[in-house]
Design a protein. Sequence first.
Length: 285
Amino acid sequence: MSSTPKWGPHSVSQRLVAASRETCSQCCCLPAPAIGEWAFAIVTVKVIATTGLRVTNEVHRHGQAMYLAKMNNYEVAVAHCAVGFFERNRAETEAKGYDAKRLPPGQYLTERFPVLHVGDVPTYAAGEWTLTITGAVAAPFTIGLDELRALPSVDFTTDIHCVTKWSKFDTVWRGVRVRELFERAGVRSDATHVMAHAEYGYTANLPMADATRDESIVAYSYDGAEIEPIHGGPVRLVIPHLYFWKSAKWLRALEATTADAPGFWEQNGYHMYGDPFLEQRFWGD
């Protein structure tokens, strides 16, 4: 792999198109035994491939009626099971002793860590990965992985919620608070937002107030081990109180900005903020 950072001007639009043509089994976002869950993956992939993200958003927004309008008889029958699955999953979550308030509306609990992303999983030679803190700061800087690990770190356990409707409880992370990285760079008082930059040109926007909460970290460890590449390793952003697309995998830069601007998925129909408990999945939610 070239030493040139891939988070620069590269576009992921072509990768989105390519990913949309993959079969639903390649999504890996849902466990195979749950037929209702597979229906979600089938509908999402096929509608993206044929009609684009706008209609995909309408499928999620209007639910079963849109499944009936878009899919063939077999898939309609499967999709129709999805509502029953979500109800059963929520009841099972409570039966296990979890507080039902931990599971946002429209989500299901899984013990797996599903994998869903656009494009290839990057690899890095030793010493190749770096993180740059830039933008509306007095002293931009770039550090490597060993330098990041040498900084004061925090460990915490949190729930995470994906916009594709799965939630996972009690995930364990270690990393450096975003707030401390920006403090080191001398973030300016007029910086109101953050743009996270990741490989292949992927971006995600965040209010500065959310990016600098105590639990918002640049993570390099998950569950006591290095973060697997498929889950965003060696380093990913973790912003657990928002939908997990805001927690960019393969993080390469954090840019302080003086105004909000949409990131990659936000330009393609996802919500600018993304609160899972308000179901802020798409534009207008």
